[in-house]
Every structure is written in structure tokens, then in C-alpha cells.
Ligand binder design. Structure first.
Ligand code: DOR
Length: 446
């Protein structure tokens, strides 16, 4: 039997057979031919090739990071598909959705197919790619979003790394009227950002990053997107929400909008992060004060937040050491997404069940990924096996991303990825990659 694995004695997070709600159960899993074949305390139907004694560990469905920037093509001094996906696997991630703000930006069928071709045989996890919405491709987006392995259309309403930008209502409305899948937005108001840029041009002080990119710049943009979503009836997804005010709006817009928050915004806060980390904490939208962070946590608990992604946005230390504001915005995060969130589970900020909803099940719910993110018989055997109890320290030397640093260097956490099963094969063993890249492109239902 091909690559059969028996995972014994683990606590699995899976749906209760009666209620369908997630529960923790000590069961064994038998995996073969890339799928979960049996769940229970029964002997495997055939002699397994490999046995994992996972006593004391927890088995989660495979974690999917739905927002990463792997910089290929054009910025491979920061990252590429191979280094980025290696980092993902070490962090317990089994799949990623990659963003289109590469050089050139991914805005045509040809460039999209080139990315797919570049990914083949080089990715350590499964993968899918967003297509960028731009003025030049508005009329083709309804076809482009249907390409196999495309996770949807991404629009930058405020400019960040790269040249992608669609900031006028007429063009955004046109995009929303062509096509049917959920459109995802980087939501910051470009006009407000330009008007206020002199604040940081004059002071050159990164502690003012969140004062320049103020609450109004985020709220005004999200209000515009929600209004256009309602006007056109098109579902939207707001990435990396940072303000209390946006969460209040999004809580009332569940019929039309889903949203994401990042571990950075849930863990670091201003002004402390800028004082301690300088430009290593600089990202867009910015890390804000504790009062906003508290509101994000409330939104995690009350169900307003649909998904947690990392927004892995690596830049080299050399680039980050320039004088602010000539420094690029963005911080790496694909490898620390799960350890940081497991640490929050340990400290009681969210349950392990809510974590599974946000990191494993949500990609299906929000983007129509053809992967349930649930441990059930017949499901694709992508599994993330974690230790919830042993203390570890996140260190730069553990980071596999080409940029080689993390804003969480030195942070003590409890909760760590130990093994990963990818397509029924043992991809990460005791925290080490023992297998050449075997990631596959991921399909969508819509
Ligand atoms: O700070 C950021 N940097 N935010 C984004 O959304 C994009 C990113 C990047 O690509 O560097």
C-alpha cells in the first residue's frame, strides 16, 4: 500500500459524529493513498509502512495560510517559492495562497501560468495564487478568476509594496460587476495616505507610521468597499483589518463581507513595537494601539473574524535598515503564524477549536477551496501535528525565509509544529524536512 501511515494515540481535533461540532478525541488515524482511511481505535486494515506514536500531541487538519508574498518573480533577493514554502512547512503550514504584487505583477493569464510553472516541483506545501486586479485587466478579470488554481482577484486600494493600485470607485465598481467570486482587498485610502505623507517625510520617525496611516485612512476605505459591495451584490474580503471602527462595521456586514486579521496585529502594539523593533515593525496597514488590538480579539471571539493569515511580507535586513520612510513595509510571518497562535491558545485568548476554524476550515468557507479543512474519512491527508505543552523560543536562526529574521525573535511560546503530513506523506518529521518538495496546486469549487 502506497505511503501508508498509522498515527497512534494522538488527540485529534475533529467534528463530533453526532453534533458536527469540533471536539478533541483520542483516536488513531490510518492514512493511505493520500487520504484518511479510518478514524478510531481499530487496528489498521493492512500493515502500515510507517507508524507515528503521537502520544501527547494534537492532530489538526492542515493549516492553510491565505496571505503570503513569496516575491517570485522579480524580488527573489527577499524570497522565492522554494524558500517561502520551506518556511511554511517548518511552521506547520500545508498550503498557501500567494499574492500578485510581484515584479511584474501577476495580472495576465500568461504571467499566472508562469507562476504555476515556477511552482511545480519546487514547493514544499500545496499552493494557489491570486490574480491582481489592475486598470489594464478589468475586462478580463471575470475569466481570469476562473483559471485553475486561482484563489481569486486581489485589489490594492491603497499602495503598498509593488505597483498594483486601483483606488477610484468607478474602477472598483467595474471590477465588482464582472465575475462572481469573492474579491479581496488591501483596504487603505490612497488619497488620505498621500495627503498625510508629509508627517513621516518630515519626522523620518517610524513611531509615526500608524499616525501617518491613521484610523481614518483604513475606515474610509473599508466604508467605500462595503458600500460598493452592497451596491453590486458582490462578496468581498477585507484583508488584515486593524481598527475597532472597521470591526464594528464588519460585524454588521456578515451578509456581504468576510475579513482577516494577522498574528502581528493580535500580538504587537504601538508604541512599544516601534520603540523596540523600529522599522522591523513597519507594515501596512500598521500595527496600532492596544485598544484596537483588544477589539480585534473580541472580533475573534464573537465570530466577526473569518480567517487568520500571516501576510508574510519579507524584506531583507539591508532594506529595512534604510532611513524611514524609505524602508519597505512588511514583515515575514508564514513560519511563525502557527506558533504565535498556539501560544495565544495556551494563554486562553482563543480555543484550539476556534484556531482550527480560522486556520484550517476558513479557506473553504471564504474562498471555496476544495479542501474541507476537517479530519474525516475520505479527506485529503493534509495534517498538522502540534505539541501544545512544551515551551520553545522563536529565534532568527530558525527562520528559513530568505530574509532570515522575524519580529518575534526571542519570544518564548508554548505550542509548536512537530510533524506535517502532506498528501498522505510524512513531509515534516520532528521539526525537520526530510522530503524533497511535493506540494501540489490546490483546486477551488467555484
Ligand atoms: O506591509 C505590507 N507589505 N503590507 C502588504 O499588504 C503588502 C506587503 C508587501 O508585499 O511587502
Amino acid at each position: 500500500m502506497l505511503d501508508s501511515i498509522h498515527i497512534k494515540n494522538a488527540f485529534c481535533i475533529l467534528p463530533d459524529q453526532r453534533t458536527g461540532r469540533l471536539c478533541e478525541t483520542e483516536v488513531d488515524l490510518f492514512i493511505s493513498n493520500g487520504r484518511i482511511q479510518t478514524i478510531g481505535k481499530t487496528a489498521p486494515p493492512v500493515e502500515p509502512e510507517q507508524v507515528i506514536d503521537a502520544r501527547g500531541l494534537h492532530v489538526l487538519p492542515g493549516v492553510v495560510d491565505t496571505q503570503v508574498h513569496f516575491r517570485e518573480p522579480g524580488m527573489t533577493q527577499k524570497e522565492d517559492l522554494e524558500t517561502g514554502s520551506r518556511a511554511a512547512l517548518l511552521g506547520g503550514v500545508t498550503g498557501f495562497f500567494e499574492m500578485p504584487n510581484t515584479k511584474p505583477p501577476t495580472t495576465t493569464r500568461e504571467l499566472f501560468n508562469q507562476k504555476l510553472a515556477a511552482a511545480q516541483g519546487r514547493c514544499f506545501t500545496d499552493y494557489a495564487f491570486f490574480i491582481g486586479g489592475a486598470h489594464e485587466n478589468i475586462n478580463e478579470l471575470s475569466e481570469l478568476e476562473q483559471m485553475p488554481y486561482c484563489s481569486g482577484v486581489k485589489i490594492f486600494v491603497g499602495s503598498s509594496t509593488g505597483s498594483l493600485l486601483v483606488d477610484d470607485d468607478a474602477s472598483i465598481e467595474k471590477i465588482l460587476r464582472s465575475g462572481k467570486r469573492r474579491v479581496i482587498f488591501h483596504s487603505e485610502d490612497e488619497m488620505i495616505l498621500r495627503q498625510r505623507q508629509n508627517i513621516v517625510n518630515t519626522s523620518k520617525d517610524v513611531r509615526q507610521h500608524h499616525i501617518w496611516r491613521n484610523v481614518e485612512s483604513a475606515v474610509s476605505s473599508t466604508v467605500r468597499i462595503l458600500n460598493l459591495a452592497r451596491k453590486t451584490g458582490r462578496p468581498v474580503h477585507i484583508l488584515h483589518v486593524t481598527t475597532s471602527e472597521e470591526m464594528d462595521l464588519l460585524a454588521q456586514a456578515k451578509d456581504i463581507a468576510t475579513c482577516e486579521v494577522l498574528p502581528q496585529h493580535l500580538t504587537l502594539s504601538a508604541p512599544e513595537c516601534y520603540e523596540r523593533l523600529g522599522t522591523l515593525a513597519q507594515q501596512n496597514p500598521p500595527i496600532r494601539e492596544k485598544s484596537h488590538q483588544d477589539r480585534l480579539w473580541k472580533a475573534i471571539q464573537d465570530g466577526t473574524v473569518d480567517i487568520i493569515g500571516s501576510d508574510h511580507a519579507p524584506h531583507t535586513l539591508e532594506e529595512k535598515r534604510r532611513e524611514y520612510p524609505n524602508t519597505p513595509s512588511g514583515v515575514p510571518g508564514v513560519q511563525t503564524l502557527l506558533p504565535i497562535m498556539l501560544n495565544h491558545v495556551h494563554h486562553g485568548r482563543l480555543s484550539i477549536f476556534r484556531l482550527v476554524e480560522l486556520l484550517c476550515e476558513a479557506p473553504r468557507k471564504v474562498f471555496g477551496l476544495n479542501y474541507t479543512g476537517r479530519i474525516e474519512v475520505g479527506a485529503k491527508a493534509n495534517l498538522t501535528i502540534v505539541d501544545l505543552k512544551t515551551p520553545r523560543t522563536i529565534e532568527n536562526k530558525w527562520i528559513e525565509s530568505r530574509c532570515g529574521w522575524t519580529p518575534f525573535d526571542g519570544m518564548k511560546v508554548i505550542g509548536w509544529p512537530i510533524h506535517v503530513i502532506l498528501g498522505g506523506k510524512w513531509a515534516l518529521r520532528d521539526g525537520e524536512i526530510k522530503h524533497p518538495p511535493m506540494g501540489q496546486p490546490m483546486e477551488f469549487l467555484t
